[in-house]
Design a protein around this ligand. Structure first.
Ligand code: SF4
Length: 367
C-alpha cells in the first residue's frame, strides 16, 4: 500500500508530546507504557486546536494518551468482528453490507478507538489482496454496498483509492460505496491539496457509482475552517456526507455541546447519522464510557434543542447482535430496538431490560 501521509505533519512520541504538555516523571513512565502497547499519532494540525492550558480540554482527551488506558477491563472485539471476518480484511455482518479494513493507519489515533487492537500496529486483519475481497463481493449478490474503513482509507494514496473504485464500481449489485474517515478533522489538507482525489470522486459520482463519506466529528471545535473547506470540495464533487459521533465521557456528554455539534454539522451540509454509545473496549471502557442511565437523558436534552433535521441521528449501540437503538426509559426499564440485526429474525425487534445505574452496555443489563 502507498500512503498520502507526510511524516513531518505528525508527532508520534511522548518525547515530542512534552513540547506541548509538562509531565510528572511518574506520568511520563505511565504514558510511555501506554504508547508501547497502543501507539500515539497526532497531526500537528489537530495539536494546534488543543488548548494545552486546560488539562480537561476535550480535544486533548481524544488524542493524547492517558494513564487511564492502563485499565484493561473490557474486550478488544466488542462487536464480534472476528466472527464476521470472511477473509483477511473483509467482514460481512449484515447481509447488505461488506466491510473492508483497508489500512491500520489514521491521521491521528483516537484513544477511544474500538479497533484499538489494530490501529498503528501490524495486523493480519488488514486486507492484503483487494481482488479477493472483490471476488467475494461479486459472488454475494445480496451485498448492495461496501464500507471501506480501517484505520482510515483516506490515508492511502489516491492511486490506491482509485484502484478500490475501479474494481468495485463495475459490480452491478452495488448501489453505493462508502469511505469511513476522520481525515477531514485530523488532516484536512489531504483533501484540500489533492485535486486528483476530488476529480476522481466527481467522476465516479456523476458517471459511475454514488460515493458516501462517513465522517466522525465528535465535538463542535472539530468543525474548523479547514474542515469546512474540505467538506465544500467533497460536496461539490457529489459526495454525500453522513456523520457518526462517538458519545464520550468528559468530551461531548453535555446536551449543549451535542446540540451545537449536530446543528453545526447540518449548517455545513453534513447529515447527523449515528450517535454511538462508546464500546466497552479494553483501555477505553473506564476512560470514556458513559452509563446508559446518565447518557440517555443527555441525548434527549440535546434533541429538545434541535430542529427535526438536526436530530435525525439515532443513538445506537454497535453490539455483536446488531446495531441496537436506545429508544427510551419507561419506569425502571430501558427500551431498545434492533435497527440492524446480524440474525435477520431480530430485525426491528423491540425489547426492554431492567435498568441499573452503572450499566454501560447491553450485556450489563438483565432481562
Ligand atoms: S480515526 Fe477511526 S479507526 Fe482511526 S483511530 Fe480514530 S476511531 Fe479508530
Amino acid at each position: 500500500m502507498t500512503y498520502w501521509k507526510r511524516e513531518k505533519d505528525f508527532i508520534k512520541s511522548v518525547g515530542e508530546l512534552k513540547q506541548y504538555i509538562s509531565l510528572e516523571p511518574k506520568e511520563e513512565i505511565q504514558l510511555r507504557k501506554v504508547v508501547l502497547r497502543h501507539p500515539m499519532c497526532i497531526s500537528k494540525f489537530y495539536l494546534s486546536l488543543i488548548d494545552f492550558s486546560d488539562s480537561d480540554d476535550p480535544l486533548r482527551k481524544m488524542v493524547v494518551p492517558s494513564s487511564r488506558e492502563l485499565d484493561i477491563s473490557g474486550s478488544y472485539d466488542t462487536s464480534g468482528e472476528l466472527y464476521n471476518t470472511k477473509l483477511s480484511g473483509l467482514q460481512h455482518k449484515y447481509s447488505k453490507t461488506a466491510l473492508v479494513l483497508s489500512t491500520n493507519r489514521c491521521a491521528s489515533y483516537c484513544r477511544f478507538c474500538f479497533r484499538k487492537r489494530l490501529v498503528g500496529l501490524d495486523s493480519e486483519e488488514i486486507i492484503k489482496n483487494f481482488s479477493h475481497a472483490v471476488n467475494y463481493i461479486q459472488a454475494h449478490e445480496e451485498i448492495n454496498n461496501v464500507l471501506i474503513s480501517g484505520g482510515d482509507p483516506l490515508m492511502l494514496s489516491t492511486r490506491v483509492v482509485t484502484r478500490f473504485l475501479e474494481l468495485l464500481a463495475p459490480i452491478p449489485h452495488l448501489d453505493f460505496i462508502r469511505f469511513g474517515t476522520k481525515v477531514p478533522v485530523y488532516y484536512p489538507k489531504r483533501i484540500i491539496q489533492d485535486d486528483a482525489l476530488i476529480s476522481l470522486l466527481d467522476t465516479y459520482n456523476h458517471e459511475r457509482k454514488q460515493i458516501y463519506f462517513v465522517t466522525q466529528i465528535d465535538h463542535p471545535r472539530e468543525i474548523t475552517d479547514e474542515l469546512k473547506e474540505a467538506v465544500k470540495l467533497l460536496i461539490g464533487a457529489g459526495v454525500v456526507i453522513n456523520n457518526q459521533t462517538v458519545f464520550l465521557r468528559r468530551v461531548n456528554d453535555n446536551p449543549d455541546v451535542l446540540a451545537e455539534l449536530m446543528r453545526n454539522l447540518v449548517s455545513i451540509g453534513i447529515n447527523p447519522y449515528y450517535l454511538f454509545q462508546c464500546r466497552p473496549v479494553k483501555r477505553v471502557k473506564k476512560h470514556f464510557q458513559i452509563p446508559l442511565s446518565v447518557g440517555y437523558p443527555i441525548v434527549e436534552k440535546a434533541k429538545a434543542q434541535l430542529d427535526g433535521h438536526s436530530k435525525r441521528f439515532r443513538f445506537v449501540m454497535s453490539h455483536k447482535k446488531g446495531k441496537i437503538e436506545i429508544i427510551g426509559i419507561k419506569g425502571d426499564e430501558m427500551i431498545f430496538k434492533f435497527h440492524q440485526a446480524k440474525d435477520e429474525r431480530n430485525a426491528g425487534r423491540i425489547f426492554s431490560r431492567k435498568l441499573n445505574s452503572a450499566a454501560t452496555w447491553l450485556d450489563d443489563l438483565n432481562n
